[in-house]
Design a protein around this ligand. Sequence first.
Ligand code: TXA
Ligand code: MG
Length: 342
Amino acid sequence: MKTKRMTVTAAVTPTHPAIREAAARLRAGELVAFPTETVYGLGANGLSDAAARAVYAAKGRPSDNPLILHVDGRAMLDTVAAAVSPLEEALMAAFWPGPLTLVFAKTAAVPAAVTGGGDTVAVRAPSHPVAAALITAAGVPIAAPSANRSGRPSPTDADMVMHDLDSRVPLILDAGPCTVGVESTVAACADGRITIYRPGAVTAEMLSAYAPVSIDPALTGSGVPKAPGMKYRHYSPSVPVTIWQGTGEAVARALREDYRDDRGYFVSEETAALLPAGAHTFIWGARADRQAMARSLYAALTTLEGQPITEIYAEGVAATDLGAAIMNRLVKAAGYRIKEVE
Ligand code: TXA
Ligand code: MG
């Protein structure tokens, strides 16, 4: 299969030729990679069991790990969610469209391949205009995991999708880099409380304005995660990653003292300023700029692994606000290799 790449701008509508072609392919059961505000998704008709199964095959993903359904708004949710509580309504009114996925009891319309055989379904309404136009044009919810080979960093631009899925997906819609850079928050509501299964850009701090929030204990290392995807090897580049954790100054000092030119460094500009000229760095921006760090994370891992290096050192940040999502991904990419410095 030859992969076709079509460039689209964010100003696109459901009747744009590239969107119409992509929507027709989805309806015919083909896969289409498309941009969202978080990461690129590998889309399939979310009401077709066969199409959803093709997603697992293309990614090399275990089939017990369920997919997220992408809708173009609140109305389409009713085709796939059996019941919606007042708290869920409030969260959707506040955060949709955007990077918040909610887990609902599913309707009979949702095929088993989407849910991994379970009776719940994860749904979100992406805010990226290309994603929204594509869902509307397709007229069905789109099942889409991140458009990477299973275990690899998620793609935040079309080149990264090509790297992992060239010849495995017929069409990629290319709208440039994603603005958020880490996957959506996955959460479920029960008894007026919110549980976060996967941290994302809709943070625990933001959600706690609506109801008490707890974090799935499995995310911090105990028990089986509620989001099945959390238990697998994840986000890993082809070279080992180590996180350096401590105050910014302590980390910068430690990285300089321990410097080697066969290492790649994912660091803030403050830390990069202390490394020798010619170091293999990927700089996210100012140390305090969490948005820039989230946006850069996966591109940094895939760019640095392509350089003449044997391992990657990454500067850690506090796991609060957006830092919780960043560190959740980075810790998995690092296989829990963390160095604490003072
Ligand atoms: O930002 C995103 O969410 C991206 C873009 C493409 O929208 N998609 C994405 O999909 O990250 P994926 O398949 O890579 O991750 C889906 C996560 C997995 O951790 C999965 O286990 C969890 O959502 N999940 C899906 N359905 C679930 C369910 N019914 N209950 C609990 N967790 C679920
Ligand atoms: Mg993924």
